[in-house]
Design a protein around this ligand. Sequence first.
Ligand SMILES: Cc1cc2nc3c(=O)[nH]c(=O)nc-3n(C[C@H](O)[C@H](O)[C@H](O)COP(=O)(O)OP(=O)(O)OC[C@H]3O[C@@H](n4cnc5c(N)ncnc54)[C@H](O)[C@@H]3O)c2cc1C
Length: 402
Amino acid sequence: MQDSYDVVIVGGAVIGSAVAYFLTANPDFNGSVLVVERDPSYVKASTSLSSSSIRTQFSNPINVKISQYGSEFIRNFADVMQVAGEDRPDLNFHPGGYLFLANTAEGEQTLRENHAVQRACGADVVLWDQDELARAFPHLRTDDIRIASYGQSGEGWFNNTGLMYGFKAKARAQGAEYVTDEVVAIGRDGAQVTSVTLKSGAVIQAGTVVNASGPRAALTARMAGLDVPVEPRKRTLFVFDCAKTPEGSAQVNQGRLPLMIDPTGVFCRPEGRFFLTGCPPVEDPAADWDDFEPRYEEFEEIIWPALAERSEAFEAIKVVNQWAGHYDFNTLDHNLIVGRHPEVTNFVYANGYSGHGLQQGPAAGRAVSELIIYGQFRTLDLSEVGYERIVQNRPFLEKAVI
Ligand SMILES: Cc1cc2nc3c(=O)[nH]c(=O)nc-3n(C[C@H](O)[C@H](O)[C@H](O)COP(=O)(O)OP(=O)(O)OC[C@H]3O[C@@H](n4cnc5c(N)ncnc54)[C@H](O)[C@@H]3O)c2cc1C
């Protein structure tokens, strides 16, 4: 490790590693990159505890385009990220699609409005009435459903840690350095950050500091005397076995079942021969940094009743595993914050993904690299999700938050 780097990235999970990859992949960048990661086992990183799904069904064109790029990147990942002499990093993308269900007039209007935005962006999403839905997925109870929105391609789920480790391996092969340590202080001289201090005692001079510290983003910003409205919010996922699996009853997408979002907010998707499920929490306080205790009661009280109501097949199900992870939750508007601090311009945020950071990793990593190399976005303009809106208390509008 040197004592000075052009770019120091705080956090080396999916976002930090995506930034390191895109910087070092760009022929216009010839600087040095250090990624500091406090826990290279990643056992508590949001990246490892994620449900690892990607959708284009958002209400804001920027989010649709971010995921369209993510989807293309994930599909081509093995070819682009192959490191000589290593296994192909195939992410095992399952293009199952998302299926949103609406049972109220308001819900129907939202799905129709979102659909118009998605189609204008070229997303492969269709709206179905009750009969079409019943034909496509005969195991679902549809009599209360007014409309369904289904992603025919470009949506599904994939290997979450594969995405992170693929970025990391390629970034290292391209010259990025990783160190196992914790950033405990950030030096600042007026409108510039100047260095990071590591727990081991090392002080590293930094040309630019990137905040990629996930749910701990606010702790990192505070070290530089700055702020970001991100806090850890607990989400519990359950894996269940199903005695009478509906798999195979699907009439679309080569018989695959989708990631269904019930009108109750409960979601459910296949996970190998099992199913993965979760629900929005009833109460959602900031979690303690080290509290990863699952909210076991959510399955009995919220998830199972909703699933059993939606499909006879889900009446007899049994939990086989569960875990809790932390959303990197943006309390202003539940959306990513990607951009420089307006005054301390060599401090770059890549935070606040609030449940979308895996699928947004490729676009966010590329965007941060462009800001650092060119001083502006070159491909997808992410100015609308920059830090300025935080200062101005101007929420970015996205209706399709899960
Ligand atoms: C239950 C759950 C389900 C989810 N489902 C989806 C989904 O279906 N689709 C989707 O796209 N997204 C989903 N997400 C969100 C997604 O997983 C996250 O947004 C994304 O992983 C964030 O990546 P990150 O690299 O910013 O944060 P993390 O993965 O948390 O990584 C941050 C890293 O920074 C390190 N770090 C922190 N502070 C320091 C420091 N001071 N010094 C050194 N290192 C530090 C940490 O050790 C950690 O490894 C889900 C998240 C959860 C919890």
